[in-house]
Design a protein around this ligand. Structure first.
Ligand SMILES: Cc1cc2nc3c(=O)[nH]c(=O)nc-3n(C[C@H](O)[C@H](O)[C@H](O)COP(=O)(O)OP(=O)(O)OC[C@H]3O[C@@H](n4cnc5c(N)ncnc54)[C@H](O)[C@@H]3O)c2cc1C
Length: 523
């Protein structure tokens, strides 16, 4: 037994060929491809009978460093995945559902961040400008459908911070060819029928329909919502969080632009509706639109009506919503993510809802931790597993808090969905505590002390002051020196915004230029 536990971890088997499987397999392979004679072998098994979820088109800026680590040039990615640049999210109708109900959560941090002085001073001396427009040019840039960089800006660099909107199917295809041809991942297209257990209770191998048994030292469960290894096989329980976040159904559709010159939005547009909200994601080739809602608060017929109305109001052809695909999910996550020699990544580990695109970033963070802490042998695996579980339990809790914040701050009173979302027993204690603190001071880094926090204090400031600008008015007493500094930052931001508006190209033009000429290589 002692010897067995000292056996090195060489054979890594990834189950699933969706975004989670390929990102994880690719990042592990890329980190070892650089080590001469590395003994690590990565195999990815994907069932031809079970399709990928086919949604998941909004990313965080973290995707840029993931693509760099994978060794994929940005112009290749943008062109082959029909990708577009995402600079944040515009929220329509979330505050009270009125005429001017719009705010932005941009990706570029507020001017002066992490200093909270500007946020405090904005509260006290608030003029006509919203918080976002006072501390970042990005909302104004998005309003005009401009890109975050120029055609001459090198690959993966930006004038403003950005992630992407991508075609999930094309992304999986690009990752498949890159990971197999360049990074040496072995790709097995076969259905896994059973799982064989070793004497110690670990997974020994996977039985496939026509490739026999696939043995491994570490198994990564990227099998999607079913969670075939961690959930089905090991029985690790699922923590249902529908008590906090109610959405459990989506109607998703792909629609063409009204014409070839229609502007391409450079932000996800998130529009609040009766029992949920609509995402609108602009790619270079089409839009991806969907209504995600709570089936306890609205039925499918009404959902289809709401989606069709939205599509019509945004220039889609009549009946565009008819082909919308229904996807059901349970908001929640596994009690642990790494159990014995199996770690779950992606939908197999959990999913809350599409708001703020937190799923792919969790995939990226999981894969990075796996790469950085890949256990040398079985005997240290349990230590790594415990660390992994602690870190990701914390992250899921933070995601829940941040997503819930969007609902708690809403003043919408038109349906039970919005009222129920403010019910105190649906708000986690951790969020209630933060909201209490933020009555007297802005969200600060001290509130989120871990490395690689999934949502920083900057994100909380944008949402808090976007939705509730008067939340702490009169409570802060910024010193005169801070007020002067903040005023200078606000003025500098106006100059930066003017500069961006004068020099950044229309998003559609930028994407067309990249398709034709590529981007200059990074220096
Ligand atoms: C409505 C909706 C909208 C979303 N929007 C976003 C978003 O904007 N941004 C974001 O970050 N995330 C989003 N997500 C989440 C995102 O789609 C997923 O996190 C991402 O696509 C990863 O999925 P996956 O790879 O874990 O699973 P899947 O794509 O479901 O892949 C599962 C894989 O497992 C394989 N498999 C299953 N059973 C077997 C078997 N027996 N043998 C062999 N292989 C098997 C399948 O063949 C498939 O390849 C959204 C999710 C939903 C539901």
């Amino acid at each position: 037994m002692g010897n067995e536990r000292e056996m090195p971890v060489h054979r890594i088997v990834v189950v699933g060929g969706g975004s989670a499987g390929w990102i994880t397999a690719g990042l592990i392979a890329a980190s070892h491809a650089r080590i001469p004679d590395s003994p690590i072998e990565v195999t990815l098994v994907e069932s031809p009978r079970v399709g990928t979820i086919g949604v998941g088109e909004g990313t965080w800026p973290t995707m840029r460093s993931t693509l760099i680590r994978l060794g994929i040039p940005e112009s290749t990615f943008v062109t082959e995945c029909s990708a577009a640049f995402k600079q944040g999210t515009r929220f329509n109708g979330w505050i009270d559902g009125g005429q001017n109900d719009v705010y932005y959560h941009p990706f570029t941090a507020p001017a002066g961040y992490p200093d909270t002085g500007p946020a405090s001073c904005w509260q006290q001396g608030r003029g006509d400008l919203s918080f976002t427009d006072s501390v970042s040019p990005q909302g104004m840039v998005c309003d005009r459908n401009l890109g975050p960089k120029q055609a001459g800006t090198p690959e993966y660099a930006g004038i403003l911070n950005y992630g992407y909107h991508l075609d999930a199917g094309k992304f999986a295809n690009l990752l498949t060819s890159h990971c197999t041809r360049t990074l040496g991942v072995r790709h097995v297209q076969d259905h896994i029928t059973t799982i064989q257990t070793a004497d110690n209770g670990d997974i020994e191998s996977l039985q496939t329909t026509s490739h026999g048994r696939i043995a491994g030292d570490l198994f990564v469960d990227c099998s999607g919502m079913r969670s075939m290894l961690l959930g089905d096989h090991f029985g690790v329980s699922f923590i249902d969080r529908s008590d906090v976040l109610f959405n459990d159904t989506a109607l998703a559709v792909q629609v063409p632009y009204s014409d070839d010159s229609a502007p391409i939005a450079s932000q996800t547009i998130s529009t609040a509706r009766d029992a949920g909200w609509i995402w609108d994601i602009g790619l270079s080739s089409r839009r991806g639109v969907g209504y995600v809602y709570s089936s306890r608060h609205g039925d499918e017929d009404r959902g289809r009506e709401i989606l069709e109305d939205y599509l019509q109001s945004t220039g889609a052809p009549a009946g565009a919503g008819e082909s919308a695909r229904r996807i059901s999910f349970s908001p929640g996550y596994r009690e642990k993510f790494w159990h014995r020699n199996c770690v779950a990544v992606g939908m197999a580990s959990g999913f809350i809802e599409p708001l703020e695109a937190s799923a792919l970033v969790m995939v990226e963070l999981s894969a990075r931790m796996l790469v950085e802490e890949l256990p040398a042998n079985r005997s240290v695996m349990d230590i790594v597993a415990r660390r992994f579980n602690d870190r990701f339990r914390y992250r899921w809790a933070r995601i829940i808090d941040f997503l819930k914040l969007h609902y708690v701050l809403s003043k919408r009173d038109d349906t039970a969905y919005w009222r129920d979302n403010r019910s105190p027993d649906s708000i986690p204690d951790s969020l209630q505590e933060l909201l209490e603190l933020w009555r007297f001071r802005p969200p600060s880094q001290a509130d989120f002390p871990h490395v690689d926090e999934i949502f920083s204090a900057a994100s909380y400031q944008y949402v808090l002051y976007g939705m509730s600008p008067d939340s702490a008015r009169g409570q802060y007493q910024p010193a005169e020196a801070n007020r002067i500094k903040a005023r200078q930052l606000f003025e500098k931001n106006v100059r930066a915004a003017n500069q961006c508006l004068a020099t950044l190209p229309p998003h559609r033009t930028l994407l067309a230029r990249i398709a034709q000429h590529g981007l200059p290589a990074a220096g």
